[in-house]
Design a protein around this ligand. Structure first.
Ligand code: ZN
Length: 323
């Protein structure tokens, strides 16, 4: 069993609401319906909110409706939603008359209009199979079922990164061409790498390997109760070494050297935590090039971020000597 976690809050079905969530898992939208007066009811409850009858049944509906209202968040509603910005929070009125709080997907801001027709999208949002109900424009060519688990999003990013890397034409720069090497120095970062998920399983493996099994990394229950981060976080050193799994497409290649030595880091900082279950990605820039008697030294700044977070989780000024 994988122990993927994410700090995004997930629904906690109750005895009354469970049929709604179970239906979503099966790709069906079901709504309580009053057998006495024919009224549709949402949110799910024990009685009809029109005639007070408790004689209710769950019925499947198509999910066709109109956008009643919406808002775009400029600040994430929780830090964990930073990878969904702007959140397109909406209220949809189904043709049955009930209103549902939801999120719009697959639409640009400019396409969203109050009163527009919408259709449901079943979004697998958690590795435990939890499905959330989203909506998109009725005329949108968009899948009815999507997978936004961190693992699925990371896999999609890998395909994108591979395509971007294949499209880059690399210029070759001789290591001993001081002017050309110094011309690589830039304030601008590369494109983002592929993404990977830092899940609890990976953190546990690193805890075992390193011997650092402090509870803030390894005890999700205690961390939920006592950690300032609301859950477990990855070791900074783990996130640092995961840079090897993040492929950054550079538009140059240093050539002509006999030997390349990794001298370690000039600067290593862990400014922001990586909560268990987060996706991370990295980008890089050449920070400095210096000609030394031994060869040409390049300082590569590699920054790793939780996807959506403006603050880096790792800043690593990696020093490489080409000889
Ligand atoms: Zn009723």
């Amino acid at each position: 069993m994988t122990s993927m976690s994410t700090n995004k809050p997930m629904p906690m079905p109750t005895a009354i609401s469970a049929p709604f969530w179970d239906g979503l898992k099966e790709g069906r939208l079901t709504i309580p319906h009053c057998k006495s007066c024919g009224h549709w009811i949402f949110f799910p409850r024990r009685h009809c909110d029109k005639c007070w009858s408790q004689d209710l049944e769950w019925k499947e509906v198509k999910g066709a409706g109109t956008l009643y209202t919406y808002t775009l968040t400029r600040v994430p509603t929780l830090p964990d939603f930073a990878d969904e910005m702007p959140q397109k929070l909406a209220v949809v009125e189904l043709d049955e008359g009930v209103r549902i709080n939801t999120t719009l997907v697959g639409m640009d801001e400019s396409e969203i209009k109050v009163g527009m027709r919408v259709k449901p999208v079943f979004d697998t949002a958690h590795s435990d199979g939890t499905v959330l109900l989203r909506f998109t424009a009725a005329d949108n060519d968009f899948p009815a079922h999507i997978d936004s688990t961190p693992a699925a999003l990371a896999a999609a990013s890998a395909a994108q990164a591979d395509a971007a890397a294949a499209a880059v034409s690399k210029r070759q720069v001789r290591f001993d061409d001081e002017a050309a090497m110094k011309a690589l120095v830039s304030d601008t970062y590369s494109d983002w790498s592929n993404q990977i998920v830092v899940d609890q399983e990976l953190i546990n493996e690193f805890a075992q390997l390193s011997g650092d099994d402090y509870w803030i990394h390894t005890d999700p229950e205690r961390a939920r109760a006592q950690s300032p981060f609301g859950g477990t976080i990855a070791h900074g050193a783990l996130v640092q070494v995961l840079q090897s799994r993040l492929r950054v497409a550079l538009d140059f290649e240093v050539v002509g050297f006999n030997n390349m030595v990794n001298y370690g880091s000039d600067r290593l900082r862990f400014p922001a935590p990586v909560p268990a279950g987060s996706r991370i990605h990295a980008r890089t820039r050449v920070k400095a090039v210096e000609k030394l008697p031994k060869g040409m030294q390049m300082t590569l700044e590699i920054v790793t971020h939780v996807v959506g977070n403006e603050r880096p989780s790792v800043i690593n000024d990696l020093v490489i000597l080409y000889m």
